[in-house]
Unconditional design. Structure first.
Length: 124
């Protein structure tokens, strides 16, 4: 009689700053947000032709620092900007909006992204 071997296949994303959604062959495999940044992919992996997507969210602080390089169209002297009050499109290319300036364009960006290495493990 032959013994059956149970195996699991795990994708290890290495290091992620700070969270990532993993999709394999169109299936959502979940979000990793803390070490060891691993997700089981056993049910979605194919013998060949796999399509892997890892979507990583940037940090809000980095977006705020990046937007500081663009013209300020936010709160001025305690007053809401006209584009907010009138519900019209924003005049600048900024993506963020805060009522207080916490960061400047010269502040260092924080590590963000998929640092890797991405590996696949077969666990028996």
């Amino acid at each position: 009689m032959m013994a059956t071997t149970t195996r699991s296949i795990v994708l290890a994303a290495g290091t992620v700053r700070n969270l990532a959604r993993v999709r394999l062959n169109g299936r959502d495999m979940g979000v990793v947000w803390t070490a060891p940044w691993e997700v089981a992919i056993t049910g979605a992996v194919k013998p060949k032709g796999n399509q892997l997507e890892i979507e990583v969210a940037n940090l809000w602080i980095n977006r705020l620092i990046g937007d500081e390089r663009l013209p300020d169209d936010g709160v001025q002297k305690g007053r809401w900007p006209e584009w907010v009050l009138k519900g019209t499109p924003r005049p600048s290319q900024r993506l963020t909006f805060t009522t207080h300036r916490f960061y400047s364009k010269d502040d260092p960006l924080q590590p963000s992204g998929l640092m890797g290495p991405v590996t696949i493990w077969v666990v028996r």
